[in-house]
Design a protein. Structure first.
Length: 320
């Protein structure tokens, strides 16, 4: 059974700038760029499209998996409708697929007809849902896939997070290789998190975390994400704490004015018994704390009017 998540992958929003990870982290069996499963044996709640073949159902198809009982899924409906209206002329077709019974989905659709402005179908045998979700190890809904005209999966993730990718695809600015690297590493980060929850897999989680770190030693977002994954375990596991200290020290060097980064480093130092080293950062941490508390109170300068001005013969300035 699919699990409801505000974001189907817990770890999101990482920016990857180092393409050498292509060789540093081995690819998953199925990744972005893979062929999308066919939309077969669906029971359409809305008017069926003339064709469900990729490229014919739309130049770009967004396939979203959802359920009527799923709160985040219902919350995503207005946004999906907005995207359908925005990109309809560019050939984008959005399809929402539920594995619930037809009667349940049909009743929901009739109640929300005015809000749902995209195609809705039921997957009674769960065939299409499984074919999309299982190869990417997706357990949570809502989850969306963007499919190209040739039937390639270009992007996947929470429907509320796909705006930038969809815009880039529509305007031919999308870099599939970069997105593949990003998605691959997100899955490895998720794998570390999953292994950390299982004590018998803990020994394999740390080497994988170190491999990710080696792939992205200069990427602040990756450092922060790894620290977040390791954080629940640093008090009880010295090896985990050691890696976290290495990550935190690196992050502080890159973000010396970040209260959050310095505070986490100090916390880890004290957990590790390095109190003298932590004490050396106490003054810096206090200054950063004060700055963080007072910065919202500092009024922002009034923005100057950037319009050009023309001086009249009388000396008066008129904006244009």
């Amino acid at each position: 059974m699919l699990r409801v998540t505000q974001c189907a992958m817990v770890i999101i929003g990482v920016v990857f700038l180092n393409s050498r990870v292509e060789s540093a982290l081995p690819p998953w069996p199925v990744e972005l760029g893979a062929p999308a499963p066919p939309l077969k044996k669906l029971d359409w709640i809305t008017t069926p499209p003339a064709s469900t073949e990729w490229g014919k159902i739309g130049k770009i198809a967004v396939v979203e998996f959802w359920a009527t009982w799923c709160g985040p899924c219902r919350y995503s409906i207005p946004h999906l409708s907005d995207l359908q209206r925005k990109y309809a002329l560019q050939g984008v077709t959005i399809v929402g697929i539920s594995s619930e019974g037809r009667a349940t989905v049909s009743e929901f659709y009739e109640q929300k007809r005015d809000a749902i402005e995209y195609a809705i179908a039921v997957d009674p045998s769960n065939t299409v849902t499984t074919a999309f979700m299982k190869p990417f190890q997706v357990l949570g809904i809502p989850h969306a896939f963007i499919v190209s005209a040739d039937g390639s999966i270009l992007w996947r993730g929470h429907p509320l997070k796909m705006d930038a990718a969809l815009e880039a695809i529509v305007t031919n600015r999308y870099n599939l290789n970069e997105e593949r690297v990003r998605e691959r590493t997100l899955r490895y980060l998720g794998e570390v998190q999953k292994k950390m929850r299982k004590r018998d897999d803990f020994a394999t989680a740390l080497p994988l975390a170190r491999e990710i770190y080696r792939a992205f030693p200069e990427n602040e977002e990756v450092l922060e994400q790894l620290l977040g994954v390791l954080k629940p375990h640093v008090a009880d596991h010295p090896e985990c704490r050691s890696l976290s200290l290495e990550l935190a020290e690196n992050l502080v060097q890159k973000k010396p004015h970040s209260y959050q980064a310095v505070a986490e480093y100090v916390r880890l130092l004290r957990l590790d018994g390095q109190n003298s080293k932590a004490d050396q950062l106490t003054t810096t941490l206090q200054e950063l704390r004060v700055l963080r508390m007072t910065s919202p109170l500092i009024p922002k300068p009034i923005a100057r009017d950037r319009r050009t001005t023309t001086h009249t013969a009388t000396g008066a300035a008129t904006a244009r």
